[in-house]
Each structure stands twice: as structure tokens, then as C-alpha cells.
Design a protein around this ligand. Sequence first.
Ligand SMILES: Cc1cc2nc3c(=O)[nH]c(=O)nc-3n(C[C@H](O)[C@H](O)[C@H](O)COP(=O)(O)OP(=O)(O)OC[C@H]3O[C@@H](n4cnc5c(N)ncnc54)[C@H](O)[C@@H]3O)c2cc1C
Length: 406
Amino acid sequence: MITILIAGAGASGMCAAITAARQGAHVILLEKNDIAGKKISMTGNGRCNITNEAMSASCYNLSAQGKMEGWLQRFGVAKTLEFMKSLGVVTQSEEGYIYPISGQAVTVQNAMIDEVVRLGVEYITGQQLKKITPVDDGGFEVKTTGGLYKADKVIIATGGLSGPKSTMSTGDSYYIAKSLGMNVTKTYPALVSLLSDDKDLPSKYGVRMMAGIRIKEIEDLYEYGEVQITSKGISGIPVLQLSGRVAQYMADNKGTVTAFLDFFPTYSDDDFTNMKKDIIEVSRGKTYIQVLDGISNHLIGLMILSRLGIKEDTVIDANSIDDLERVIDNYRNVRINIVATSDYASSQVTKGGVDLNDLTDDLESVHTPGVYVVGELADVDGRCGGYNLQWAFTSGYIAGMAAAGR
Ligand SMILES: Cc1cc2nc3c(=O)[nH]c(=O)nc-3n(C[C@H](O)[C@H](O)[C@H](O)COP(=O)(O)OP(=O)(O)OC[C@H]3O[C@@H](n4cnc5c(N)ncnc54)[C@H](O)[C@@H]3O)c2cc1C
């Protein structure tokens, strides 16, 4: 019987272990933490956004763009839902975003661990992968902090650098992959908030508004959704979606970028002009801030007025109409100077990793056949919304099948 050693028992490693064991392989699953799937339990604000019905290769950044379509065809959303069903996890769609119906991420974590155990996988916790050495008569010797193991195939599923410390995502295997001849592309934190040095941003508790966000320096990158502005910078889903590209741009160019916020993202130019006319018509005798309170959160109104040097309690009269128009126009172009992203510990995924050009379509190393790389360790990062767990399941399944000889 073939022995497959899988290092790392996160979403990708457990999926690979379950897949290979279901094919009849003898599987050893090694985990550095004291329990498998710690990160799964933290996903989706504790609810685990498993995947997304709006699945497409274009939702991913990767070092071999053309490959994702084929991988998703082999194990996409439908197969993930079947996989969840086979674990006894009941799912539901919330406008396309798939969650366990229990509303609890631990449902997925526990169901995967239960299946690993039920299948007779040798599940070992508290041991860290240290070294993989190909042996002359075939197979590998795998050194961990707990001993030496022999395996015919090895799947490395140790994740990237993202997540709180307790997830033990410390990028351990970048050097192991390098030692086996694989190229590792530069890494950056992704799905993370953007930090600003602007001193006038509102409230440490955060202000939320729907907005479009544009980064002109990076190919006019644009996202739309609910943005949260705090005294430290900006976050929220649209900000997370841009963040990996921003982190990469700032690190590679050693510079900063400007985020332009449009608080009227759904308005055409005509709609906006008409709205302005309507507001101006009813503004006489009111203070600026009274007018702006009808448009935005109070603190955003104060920030815009202060940036334009206009006192909030100035009363609007016939002479101030041009100024009021200028203030309202500003809502389409609020500048936030971005100087950094939050660090890996607060990021949801790592951009960069093991170069996909060094892996076959089965995610097997070109340089060291018999070794597979899956999950966040590979140079794949997806959008926020279930795409990163989908990649963990997709890659875990493909490598699990291939290592088991299927
Ligand atoms: C707060 C948060 C929320 C998220 N929410 C979502 C979401 O809702 N939907 C979504 O799609 N994605 C989400 N993600 C991203 C998603 O969780 C990850 O992309 C995914 O879990 C990666 O799976 P993985 O198996 O590749 O790596 P990991 O989950 O990081 O698993 C790697 C495992 O390997 C172990 N390990 C590390 N080094 C070694 C070693 N040397 N030896 C042995 N074991 C080792 C680790 O302890 C860990 O258990 C979120 C991430 C975070 C941090």
C-alpha cells in the first residue's frame, strides 16, 4: 500500500488526507499545532465562507494564470458542496456565498477531523515538518521535531504567513520548497486593511459608508462596497480585495499610493448633478454640517469641511452656493494617503509562494517528483468571499488523488 505523508492539517492538508485515504492510501497527517484546522475555525468571522457560487478563474491571482480554469473544472464549487455533504456538513447559500447552515466554522473543522480519524489516517499533532529528503531507492525520508518518517509521496500543506499567531502560519515550508529546487515568489500580506498617515481621519471606532475605491497608480484598480474608515486607515471588503496588489506595489516600488473614495459610486454624472441641485435648493439658512448630515455620516462631513477649510457652523446664503457645490463635489474624490498595509497576522491570505511554474497540473514538483504543494503555500491568492478555502479544497483534492495514483 502506498504511504502518503501530508504535512500541515489545515483545510488543504485535511482535504488531501481525506481524498487520498478514500482512495485506499495509507496516510500520515502531521500537524504542528495541537489541533487540526485551527484557522478554519476563525474563517468568515467564525462562520466559514466555504466557497462562492460566482466562481471563476478571474477571482484568483497566481503565477500561472491559465491553470486555474482547469483546476476548478476538476474540483470546483459543485464538488466542494458534494465533499461537504460527504462529511455530513449541511450548507446554505447566502446570495451566492456558501456557509455551513450551523453558522459555525467549527462545524467544518470538526467534520474534517472526524472524517480523518474515521478513515484511519495516522493523525499526529504537535510535530513540525523540518526536512524532506528523497532517498535513493524511491520515496522520501521526512524529518520532524518528533522523529523520522518514511513515505512514498509527500504533500506539503503547511500554509502561508497569514493569520493570527495561534494558527501557526509561519511560512515554514518556503525554505523546504526551496531546498527541493522549487522557486518561491516574493510574498505579501493580502486581504488586509490599508493604513494611512492622514491625521484627520474620523473616529478610532470606524465609520462605515458605501463607496467606490480607486487606486490610480495601480492600473486604476477599482472596487465598490462598504468601506470602513478609522483614524488608522481604511478597511472593509472592497479595501481587502485591493490590498494584495497595493501591498505588492508599495513593497516593490518602495512608495505610497493614494486611495480615492467616491461616496456616490452608483450615481451617473447626471444623477449627481441633479442631486446637487436638489440639495442646494433646500440649503439656504442651514449650516454646512446640517446640509452634509443629509448626505453622509457626520464625521465624514466634518472631515471634508475641515479639508476644504470651511467652518461647519457657517450658515449657507446666496454667496456660498459655489462653495457648497465644491464641498458636495468632494464626496466623489476623497483622498486617503496609504502608507502601508496591516501585517501578516491581520491578513487573511498570503500573496506569492511556491511558483506554479515549478508544479505540474497535479501540483507535483517538477524538480522533485513525488512531492506536492497545496493551499496557501502555493502562489495563489483569491478574492475575499470563499475563494481561498475553495483553492485549499481544490488543490488538496487534486494532489490527494494524484499522490494516491488516481
Ligand atoms: C481570519 C481569517 C478569516 C478567513 N476567512 C476566510 C473565509 O471565510 N473564506 C475563505 O475562503 N478563506 C478565508 N480565509 C483564508 C483561508 O482560511 C486560508 O486561505 C486557508 O485556510 C488556507 O488553508 P491551508 O490549508 O493552505 O493553510 P492553513 O489553514 O494555514 O493550514 C496550514 C496548517 O499547517 C500547519 N503547519 C504550519 N507549519 C507546519 C510545519 N512545519 N509542520 C507541520 N504543520 C505545519 C499549521 O499549523 C496549519 O494547521 C481566512 C483567513 C483568516 C486568517
